[in-house]
Write a protein that binds this ligand. Sequence first.
Ligand code: DOR
Ligand code: ZN
Length: 403
Amino acid sequence: MITLQSVTVLNGQTVDFQIASPEEKTIAAKGLTLLPAVIDPHVHFRTPGMEYKEDWLTGAKAAIQGGCSLVFDMPNTQPPTITASLLQEKKALIDQQLKKVGIPLRYELFFGADKQHLSEISQVKGQVIGIKIFMGCSTGNLVIDDDESLEAVFSLAAEQDMLVAVHAEDEHLIQERKRLYKGAMNYAAHSLLRDVEVATHAVAKAIALSKRYGTRLYILHVSSAEEIALIRAAKEQGLAVFAETTPHHLFFNTAAYETLEGRAVVNPPLRDKHHQPALWKAIHEKVIDTLGSDHAPHTQAEKAKPYGECPSGMPGIEFMLPLLLNAHHEGLLRLDEVVSLTSARARSIFRLAPQEDWVLVDLNKTQRITHTASKCGWTPYLGLTLCGWPVYTILRGHCFPLT
Ligand code: DOR
Ligand code: ZN
């Protein structure tokens, strides 16, 4: 049994709180606040095939540091997770790695939709958290860029009562932008080549398909005011459409190319600063449901390559909760909104079992970000000083003190 003495709970009361555990432990928790552990519905931990960027040893450490006890991993690995047998192989590798590091991190996997393997979808029902469609190319070669295959996935998913998660950027528009673009090929060009219309075109198409087939739809990394308008309208129609945004779209904008250079390159790209207040408003109005880190590590050497060779993506799982707690400290977000974004909404959208894991946070702890547990060794948040940090993650009754 773990006993938390004088811990503050969400309604502001101070209580002694007990958590079932194989360990006998008492924590003097006066001044600490107890929240449900973070669910990160969007990570790229890179197993199999790209373990030089991240694996589940380092990924799990980064998750725990961020107060996170459950992650949903994406299928754009090498090979991609596009068949039932590849799914089993991936699970076996992950289990081995988690055993090795001694962190019983909870995880779920997304299944990758692929034109050549549509018949696999019905075979993995019950074994995956949903089906991921890349409507535009990103890291890896997974993409579904024709309407016929898209319709097939939405319809199959609806039949199987499986959720579809979309990376909503339209591949044809991206290619057209690349053909027509005459400007400088610098990092900032990324936000022009994958402009807001690239995203809205795909979001509108995904919502229309969700409506036609009755498919439960989760729109990943929403980054713009225009996407939000479409999602708001879909929700008002009563469609089963859910939306995620990311820490980097909330806290960075296109000005970050100046300082972060290639490290700011991500899909969908960072947007002009006027989109940030729209994201915050959508959070308060519950148009945005969840926050996903889209933890997408690449090495520093890869991110230092010139535009065109520099891969898209940035790591962030460790700092998602601290960034939100700091936003709470600054009056941008209520604590119940933090919980809603980081666990409660995901639990309901993804129909998860009742919550058992916890994070103890110190809302008054101020700390500068100087390092990361991620194997890639960098984070775009390096150097930031934040107020509000997790100090213990309690996962399956095991208590992990954080540094
Ligand atoms: O920037 C991105 N990086 N966006 C994605 O969709 C994939 C991710 C990755 O896997 O690197
Ligand atoms: Zn992603």
